[in-house]
Design a protein around this ligand. Structure first.
Ligand code: DGP
Length: 116
């Protein structure tokens, strides 16, 4: 099933794209949780981090490297930021196209909520 992220990558629906190369695209989250909230996504549709294969190691590394480059572009590298990949239900994943959240521009607080 095609996700909303595939449509943004293909240019079929608008996205505030901040970076693109042959492996990944990065665009601003539509519901930002911090002054900087960018999603770094593979150009090809990989549903979750569980679905990465040996052949995707360069892609996975690129996602991390691009996140750091965007953090520098956004001026948040020195103060710091948080990178998050949610996986499946317990991870809170909502869109089943692998993506890394880059969050910064404010103190991010505790890493996870304590059990409710
Ligand atoms: P996750 O819970 O990790 O699957 O995060 C999905 C994120 O995707 C969530 O922060 C909101 C964002 N999102 C959902 N729909 C759209 C959209 O149409 N455009 C953009 N830019 N972001 C979206």
């Amino acid at each position: 099933m095609t996700t909303i992220f595939e449509k943004i990558i293909a240019g079929e629906i608008p996205g505030d794209i901040v970076y693109r190369d042959e492996l990944v695209t990065a665009f601003r989250d539509i519901q930002p949780l911090a002054p900087t909230h960018v999603l770094i996504v593979p150009n090809k549709p990989i549903p979750t981090v569980n679905d990465l294969t040996d052949a995707d190691e360069a892609l996975a590394g690129r996602m991390l490297h691009v996140a750091a480059r965007i953090a520098a572009q956004e001026g948040i590298a020195e103060d710091g930021y948080r990178l998050i990949i949610n996986c499946n239900r317990n991870g809170g994943q909502e869109v089943y196209h692998l993506h890394m959240h880059l969050l910064g521009g404010r103190r991010m607080g505790r890493m996870v909520m304590p059990p409710q």
